[in-house]
Design a protein around this ligand. Structure first.
Ligand SMILES: [Mg+2]
Length: 494
């Protein structure tokens, strides 16, 4: 069977893996949580007793306990892959390749103590070291919305509501301010008509851009849908990915990118995607889907635009990016195009291809996630988003256990995220946790994160503290510049 074959291959690959016990005992919360939750459990019994499938599409999980265990590891790998890619990508976001090398000459990062210091500049000084950015926050909004309904509802309008709340308050359950918001999401979400009809609002903004705006803001958040749609058919998955993109990103290039990334993750977690032919088949399916979608949009009464105004879909442009053979040809640090959705998509698919080639050649897999994500972020450009797209694809393939300990054990909120992965796997019918999960009782999943919204005064106070912190970091940089002036300063990107 397909899934069992995947299991065998995975076992073979793991011969190369280090035990997680070899990692330094840093950032204890996640490690302790895992030991507490699973160390004393009879895992085999858990998986054997997990007969909770709601969909015939999930029957494959019952083929063997190992299949379900692998799927759970891949769900965790998907979500952690995205968050880790985001947190590592922040180190080089918006830098050119040359500046990446100047800022991080060793080209290595770690999140456990002593964590690699963020390059001190106007962008990174807004963020906290070892934390993720808006990319992961927005993906979490999809997860939390689904968890809140206990897996009963998947509603793009609830995501729209949560995005609007996030833009003002941030991710309240973790007290994270709304940092790093992209221009398109900001404009669309803050439009007064957004709450009433998000998709129509997004379409109007796209039209106002003369149909040119195709940024990566919906692609970066789509990956939890790949897990959520594990028990859905391919066409249903395409429709869901489309509906979740359209509320902010109407361009068919954004939609097809969300569709492709989502079905790839679904396929990897299901072990349906095992080689490059499988990737190419899903590329073709996604292309057919978007072409059908455009026809529907232009020939039905519900079409937002008459057909003569709807721009044709450029298949060559799509293929050029999803068939890229090197990161260099994607020119990720092109200052004028770095947020283009196909750049993030192309980079993610290329890294997935490279990982599958290494597995096929029985190559050395240890540290491959780290190696590939590092090579990606060292290209600069929109590095956090590029790695937020590639990370879930690689994380789904390798699974959580293979993710680098020096990253996953040091990432801020890692223990919390691990719990939410288990909750997601639980409501998705993959995993039976030691105690039953109830999303309604989990206050983190509410729109307001189980806390009263910040008042105007509290928001003002938060902003003041942020500015103060930002100023202190900038001051430190100014002092350093006095030390390094002239060509040395330029080389260091100061
Ligand atoms: Mg970001």
């Amino acid at each position: 069977m397909l899934e069992i074959r995947a299991g065998i291959r995975f076992t073979r690959s793991r011969k190369h893996l280090p035990s997680t016990a070899t990692h330094p005992p840093a950032s204890v919360p996640l490690r302790s949580y895992i030991q507490h939750q699973e160390g004393s459990q009879n895992k085999q019994a858990d998986f054997n007793s997990c007969k909770m499938n709601r969909s015939t599409e999930l029957e494959f999980l019952d083929l063997h306990p190992f299949v379900r265990q692998t799927a759970l590891d891949r769900v965790r790998g998907t979500i952690f892959g995205g968050a880790l890619g985001d947190a590592i990508g922040l180190y080089t976001e918006f830098l050119s390749r040359d500046l990446c090398l100047a800022a991080y000459p060793e080209g290595k990062f770690q999140l456990v103590e002593p964590a690699t210091e963020l390059h001190n500049d106007g962008h990174r000084n807004k963020f906290v070291q070892t934390g993720w950015t808006d990319d992961t926050d927005h993906a979490l909004l999809i997860m939390l919305s689904y968890l809140h309904s206990n897996g009963q509802s998947l509603d793009p309008s609830d995501l729209a509501h949560r995005l609007q709340f996030w833009c003002e308050q941030g991710l309240r359950c973790l007290d994270r301010p709304p940092l790093g918001l992209g221009r398109t999401v900001g404009r669309v979400v803050c439009d007064p008509s957004f709450r009433e009809d998000a998709a129509a609002t997004a379409h109007r903004h796209w039209k106002n851009s003369n149909y040119t705006a195709a940024p990566n803001g919906s692609l970066m958040r789509t990956y939890p849908l790949g897990v959520i749609c594990l028990g859905k058919k391919l066409d249903e998955t395409f429709q869901i990915a489309t509906d979740f993109s359209r509320i902010t990103h109407a361009d068919p290039r954004c939609i097809v990118s969300c569709c492709l990334a989502t079905v790839l993750i679904r396929g990897i977690v299901r072990s349906d995607v095992q080689n490059e032919k499988d990737i190419d088949a899903l590329i073709e399916s996604s292309l057919s889907w978007i072409q059908g979608y455009i026809i529907k949009q232009t020939h039905t009464q519900d079409a937002e635009e008459p057909s003569d105004n709807y721009p044709p879909f450029d298949s060559d442009e799509f293929y050029r990016h999803v068939r890229a053979e090197t990161l260099e040809e994607l020119q990720l640090d092109d200052a004028l195009k770095m947020g283009y959705v196909y750049k993030s998509l192309g980079a993610g698919i290329l890294l997935l291809r490279l990982a599958l080639r290494r597995i096929d050649s029985q190559g050395f897999l240890e540290n491959l996630f780290e190696e590939l994500i590092t090579s990606l972020v060292m290209q600069g450009g929109d590095a956090d988003t590029n790695a937020s797209v590639a990370g879930p694809l690689l994380g789904a393939l390798f699974g959580f256990n293979m993710l680098p300990g020096k990253w996953k054990y040091g990432m801020m909120h890692a223990g919390w995220l691990f719990q939410k992965c288990n909750s997601l796997a639980s409501v998705s019918g993959i995993y039976l946790p030691p105690s039953p999960y109830n999303g309604q009782a989990d206050s983190d999943t509410g729109v307001e994160g189980g806390k009263p919204p910040l008042t105007k005064e509290e928001l003002y106070q938060r902003e003041r503290e942020f500015v103060e912190q930002y100023f202190n970091k900038s001051q430190k940089r100014a002092n350093e510049n006095k030390t390094y002036t002239g060509w040395v300063g330029k080389l260091l990107g100061k």
